[in-house]
Design a protein around this ligand. Structure first.
Ligand code: DGL
Length: 267
């Protein structure tokens, strides 16, 4: 039987995986965090493509995934289309790779946002992927993006006490544009929700992918029984990383809310 793969550049995707496990508690998952190459946010498209392809190949060949969720926004922007249209079609035509940008935009539209703020990595903001995809779905919605290169290193390295100051700095140009919602366009950013509560007006809509992706995945599986029926249901999850340090083990436990048995893979 096969599994659902969750790919991220590091450990932030664990928050989305955790929420997906809660929604689909019987399905079997494999998490793959490319901690050796983290952060992706400042890397070139070619490097991100190569890393993502290597991880996908491992998840398909060695872990027998029927479907991979590229939970990393940066990899969704830099590699997803190219992987889906070339490599996947040629080598694994019966498997699927899905990203996180379109589902997030669908929710932005459902919530009637008109001026959405987007907080993301540098590479993601440069890619303009949210604006490009939104043009196809609803060109009337505007996106105001802010690159926030310090957030991932702070989250991955226990830098919580500096987050309010840094967040305030990144949010202020977005708030000056009168945004009516904030998209958290990075796997690590659900971690910011408690900090954002103090920095945004009460009730301000924050679109966080740990609240978006699990439901979209469940919908996808309901619409694609030919994929869903291949996935085993033992309620098991494996946690793979490409590098382990004591700091990663600690961060994984903090992000996930429980200690995890991280396994190192060599590609
Ligand atoms: N996981 C990446 C994302 O969702 C960001 C972290 C990184 O820079 O590697 O965009």
């Amino acid at each position: 039987m096969m599994r659902i793969g969750f790919f991220d550049s590091g450990l932030g995707g664990l928050m989305i995986l955790k929420a997906a496990r809660q929604m689909l508690p019987r399905h079997d998952f494999v998490y793959f965090g490319d901690t050796l190459h983290l952060p992706y946010g400042g890397r070139s498209n070619d490097a991100i493509y190569d890393y993502t392809q290597a991880a996908a190949e491992y998840l398909f060949r060695s872990e027998d995934c029927a479907l991979i969720i590229v939970a990393c926004n940066t990899a969704s922007a830099a590699a997803l289309r190219r992987l889906q249209q070339g490599w996947l079609a040629e080598y694994f035509p019966d498997r699927r790779i899905l990203g996180v940008v379109i589902p997030t935009l669908e929710v932005t539209i459902e919530k009637n946002c008109r001026r959405a703020g987007l907080l993301a990595t540098e590479r993601l903001v440069q890619s303009q992927i949210y604006q490009i995809e939104l043009q196809k779905l609803n060109p009337e919605i505007q996106i105001f993006a802010a690159a926030a290169p310090l957030l991932v290193p702070l989250i991955e390295n226990d830098g919580g006490r500096w987050l309010p100051e840094v967040l305030k700095h990144y949010l202020s140009p977005l708030l000056a544009e009168n945004i009516d919602a904030l998209i958290l366009g990075c796997t690590h950013y659900p971690f910011l929700r408690p900090y954002l509560r103090d920095l945004l007006p009460e009730g301000f809509p924050v679109l966080s992918q740990d609240e978006i992706i699990p439901g979209k995945l469940a919908d996808y599986l309901a619409r694609h029984p030919e994929i869903d029926e291949k996935i085993s249901r033992n309620g098991l999850t494996k946690y793979l990383v490409t590098d382990i340090t004591s700091n990663y083990t600690k961060t994984a436990a903090e992000i996930y809310g429980a200690s995890l048995d991280l396994e190192k893979v060599v590609l």
